[in-house]
Design a protein. Structure first.
Length: 482
């Protein structure tokens, strides 16, 4: 039985700690049963009563319900941006609003705030560290139980670590800069896509206008051809050809309407709740070409700057790892004081602690070599990125020049088609042309007008893509989150 008592008393401090966390009982209540049993002499005379006293003690460590007030529910609200009329005067405001409220940009901004908090966490390593520990429990000596408690206070401060923490802080600060540039990349991407969906919706609306106008002009001509065919003045091939041309317009019109609805769906992704009814066209941007464009791109490209910050963060981390191979020195002091006879039985210590890793099985060396290879890889990626950006710029410039040539060639073709259509109408009166000729001319004019609208949109899209690569779009709209 004495052995049993000894084992039970060894685990009492642990049970006491659990009881503090899972019960609302006070310390004096925990030991009430034990102390009372001891004072009444039960431990000396009746083992059965002592057992009951222990049972009463253990019965107080019952599991309780978790306090739900301690739970924290982190929620994210749904954004409801307000846009103005989609015209040129409100262009910057609407694009800026789309950028600020887009979830991708807000996610990047949260990442920046998280990176800043990480810097503070790393900086705390070179500040004074203070810890306090309290210990309480039962002591059984000479067949008697007594309650004891003690407290320990430790103070430490790093004096020298060969720059390990300083380089870790520098690495995290570079990651903050990296997070900011990544937020800028997200904003640039959303801004460019917002411009693109704006231009695409306007293009599809213009195409629909052309088809509607073409159908309204071709329909009465088709009716006249049918009447002539029914009167016997025209052969069946003529009416079939006319119906075929008109059907082509109808099919293209239906396809264009579906494309318009699709472009509106994409528009709503970047401008949720925005009304496209008064949407105006945008102008093509002024661009740079040749070496001037390439130099501006390498200087201002957010993607290129992000890679540079990542390299610097890895290099600082590399130095921090190498510093860990050297000794570090810290000041350490501590005080231990019991609850009873505090002054007399207290103990204290103060001194200098030196830590040095003689052998860790090669773990640190492996980490250093792995990070070294990571730095080499990242620098190679930067070289690859420079080539990719240059290729994207060249493709965008060639696309712009091609769209520009196509636009002016199509514009000339539209003017020629108008002249052919007007001539056919004039000659219809004198009998030198047929209604079928006029219908063909209207269909051809509509098709050429569609190509002109498409070329105009492609020209504008290419100019914005070049502008995004060489200058950036967020500064133009006033996006300044930092």
């Amino acid at each position: 039985m004495k052995i049993l008592h000894s084992r039970l008393l060894l685990i009492l401090p642990l049970l006491l700690t659990v009881g503090c966390q899972s019960s609302n009982q006070k310390f004096e209540n925990f030991f009430e049963g034990i102390l009372k049993s001891e004072n009444s002499g039960i431990a000396k005379t009746k083992e059965k009563k002592e057992k009951n006293a222990l049972e009463r003690f253990f019965s107080q460590f019952k599991s309780g319900t978790i306090n739900s007030d301690l739970d924290e529910n982190i929620t994210v609200s749904i954004n409801s941006p307000k846009f103005k009329t989609f015209n040129r005067n409100n262009l910057s405001y609407n694009i800026l609003t789309a950028v600020n409220y887009h979830p991708a940009v807000q996610s990047s901004m949260a990442n920046v705030r998280s990176a800043k908090m990480t810097v503070k966490a790393v900086e705390s390593g070179r500040n004074t560290q203070v810890t306090f520990q309290a210990l309480s429990g039962l002591i059984r000596e000479n067949s008697s139980n007594s309650f004891g408690a003690a407290g320990t206070l430790n103070v430490s401060r790093l004096l020298f670590d060969a720059g390990a923490i300083d380089n870790s802080i520098l690495s995290q600060k570079k990651r903050v800069q990296l997070a900011k540039v990544q937020a800028e990349i997200a904003a640039e991407t959303i801004a460019l896509r917002a411009y693109e969906v704006w231009i695409n919706v306007h293009r599809q609306k213009k195409i629909m206008d052309v088809y509607d106008k073409g159908l309204s002009l071709a329909e009465p001509l088709l009716g006249q051809i049918k009447n002539i065919s029914l009167s016997g003045l025209s052969d069946k091939a003529m009416i079939l050809k006319a119906q075929q041309d008109y059907s082509k317009l109808e099919v293209s019109n239906a396809r264009a309407r579906a494309e318009l609805e699709a472009s509106k769906a994409l528009f709503d992704e970047f401008f949720p709740g925005g009304d496209t009814g008064g949407l105006e066209s945008l102008k093509a941007r002024t661009i740079l070409q040749g070496n001037a464009a390439k130099n501006a791109m390498l200087k201002k490209s957010a993607v290129f700057r992000a890679q540079s910050f990542l390299i610097k963060a890895f290099e600082a981390e590399y130095k921090a790892l190498k510093a860990q191979k050297k000794p570090n020195v810290a000041m350490s002091a501590g005080v231990t004081a019991p609850a009873k006879d505090t002054i007399q039985d207290s103990s204290a210590n103060v001194g200098i602690a030196v830590n040095y890793i003689f052998n860790d099985g090669g773990r640190l060396d492996s980490q250093i070599e792995a990070l070294k290879e990571k730095i080499i890889e990242t620098k190679r990626q930067k070289q690859t990125l420079a080539r990719e950006l240059g290729s994207q710029l060249n493709v965008a410039i060639e696309g712009y020049l091609g769209a520009k040539k196509t636009y002016y060639a199509t514009l000339e073709l539209v003017n020629l088609s108008k002249e052919v259509r007007d001539t056919s109408k004039d000659q219809l009166v004198s009998g030198r042309s047929k209604i079928q000729d006029v219908l063909n001319a209207e269909v051809t004019l509509a098709e050429n007008n569609i190509q002109l609208v498409i070329a105009d949109a492609e020209l504008k899209l290419a100019s914005y893509r070049i502008r995004a690569l060489t200058h950036g779009l967020t500064k133009e709209i006033g996006w300044k989150p930092f």
